[in-house]
Design a protein. Structure first.
Length: 114
C-alpha cells in the first residue's frame, strides 16, 4: 500500500516518528513535505499535494498529516473531491478504539490529521 505523509514545521517531529510504522510494516511511504524544519510550509499546500496524489491514484491512503492545531490539514484536504479527512488526535473511550478508527467506520475517512 502507498501511504502519504506530510506535515508543517510544527508537526515535523511527529510525522518523522509516525511514518516509521507503515515503513516497517512493508508499505511505501510518500512524503509531501515539509522535509526539514528550516523552511515553513502552509498546511493547505501540504494537504493539497497529498489530496492530489490520492485523487490521481498515485497513493492509496493519506496516513498522516501533521499540523499545529490538528485541524488545519483535515480542513484543507477535505475540500477536494473524493477526500474525506478527519482530525484525530486523542484516544476515545466510548466504544471506539481511536478517533481515527471512528472516522474510518463512520465517515469513510481516508485521511487522518494529527
Amino acid at each position: 500500500m502507498k501511504v502519504v505523509v506530510g506535515s508543517v514545521v510544527k508537526g515535523f517531529a511527529l510525522k518523522t516518528a509516525v511514518q516509521e510504522y507503515p515503513k516497517n510494516s512493508g508499505h511505501k511511504v510518500i512524503e509531501v513535505g515539509c522535509y526539514d524544519t528550516s523552511v515553513s510550509a502552509k498546511s493547505s499546500s501540504i494537504a493539497e499535494r497529498a489530496a492530489r496524489l490520492l485523487q490521481d491514484g498515485e497513493a492509496d491512503i493519506m496516513g498522516m498529516s501533521c499540523c499545529g492545531s490538528g485541524t488545519g490539514m483535515a480542513l484543507a484536504a477535505g475540500r477536494f473531491a473524493g477526500i474525506c479527512a478527519i482530525s484525530a488526535q486523542s484516544p476515545r473511550r466510548d466504544g471506539c478504539r481511536r478517533t481515527a478508527g471512528c472516522g474510518a467506520r463512520n465517515r469513510d475517512a481516508g485521511a487522518a490529521d494529527a
